[in-house]
Write a new protein. Sequence first.
Length: 600
Amino acid sequence: MRALTLGSGGKQSTPQERCCDTVSLLFIDVHLLMIANSESLRNRLLQLDSRGYKAYKDIQGTYQFPEFTLIVDYVQGDPYAAPSKLRAIVPQSVAGIPRDLYRSRSREMALLDYLTRQFDSAARDQGSRRGTGNSGLIAIAQLGQEVLERTSAFINDQFVEVRFVAGLPAEGRRILGRQAAALLCDDIPQIVDKSVKYRRFNGAEILRHVETVEDADWLRQMLPARGLVAFIADGAILPRRSGVDSRPAPDAVPFQSPPALRVEFTCPNRGLITGMGVPAGVTLIVGGGYHGKSTLLSAIELGVYNHIPGDGREFAVTQKEAVKIRAEDGRGVAGVDISPFINHLPQGRSTTRFSTTNASGSTSQAANIMEALEAGAGLLLVDEDTAATNFMIRDRRMQMLVAKEREPITPFIDKVRPLYQDAGVSTILVMGGSGDYFDVADTVIAMENFLPQEVTDKARAIADKFATGRVPEGGQLFGRIASRVPVPESINPSRGQRHVKLKVRDVDQVVFGTEDIDLSAVEQIVDVGQLRAIAEAMVYAKQHYVDSRRTLAEILDAAIADIESQGLDILTPFPQGDLAMFRRFELAAAINRLRTLEVR
């Protein structure tokens, strides 16, 4: 039986509305068209035993199980290819999930994250190898410590939907029909039973998951009214186990706010919470090596996302418009106005429309800042370890040796205050090697054994006593933040006869048409599902909004507005469960690193 076209008008409705349409059509089909049931699926799979793998295409369709509906949306063409895509739709009469757990967008996102993790755990327990390639695989979205809006699950008052993949079993390229029947007709019902029914859950645990995320979202929303750009709760665990293991480090020192920066909030669920508030303006994080400077900045950097209970950073939150900035030698730059930082290049090269295929450390960092500002950044995060030294500081001795007229770079130290005063953009810097920044800082935090101390007055006293003698460069104003208009023909996702060729590798590379986009320096992409969604969003933006008239900021506005109102499903031709929500800044970063990009 061929798959029904369910919710085909989905691009004009929300994911929940599309799912409701799907369920309505399913129930109509069950009663009027005699939809195939689980036993017919089992019998069909047994009949396919030993046939060529492509015969699996015959099972694409919709099947009624006793407690849920299984939809096979896409069937892989080879056991070594990407697994088949499936959905299970469970009526709320079976799932029984209380309305209170998803009564707001924040709670709904947390609940669906919890259900996805339950499915993942059940699939890992149930899964077994059944042949070659991906045979026997049952999996849902890849999960980390962050709680993200995903396409892996949906919920409303009528039903719960989970989306997952399965590797249809084969020996070589011959169908293993009995194993396939066991996989689809026995294993999947057991996994759905364990991961979707509320009575199977620990009620206190699921409530904690939902309320933790809701409180974190509330805290983040409260920051501007308190004049803060970030908050780290007392008792937070910031160190991670390793660079490849983002779970909390065992025996880590719990975070404790210095009294001068301690603030209080009364959260909707947990009530009173105290911690360190980072004020708007220019903040320095200083201290000796290995005392936690970069660890604190990393927690602030990832505070734009929510985290699961037990992560340690559940209540380390940062304003949504925070962007991590670093040097990025070798990246391409397309028509960026970097003149606030760089002027008077040799050979008279323009810096108001600067382009290169191989940026230096300083020009790449300048471009990264200006691109972030163009996209609407409100907070910049900089670590001297990943910054270009000549971009960050030019001390008095160097000023005396190399006159300003022979130095095209205006260092960041001379622009960080005008950036805040003129554009309202704050900066948090890790700076362990230059006390010159004491002159421009509003707040100075010293890290000692992973505990913060507020040392602003001490830093100012040192700055007054030991004047640097350096001369500020670049004038008193920050300079222009320019807008660019992308050229449609320069954003081309096609390759050969394929109109769209996309592929992602880990969380740092997108194959976009004939181009490889390197996003390894974009540190706030934390999930491969985000990268998949970013790649699809680039195609969507090209098709709908890149028109030689709209600026890049306007394109970002329009694409993100569509996704927020209609869901990530608008990005793909059929439902898939492996997309995760991203921010406008990471979408802009991907577009800006497309080496074919041209702008006007």
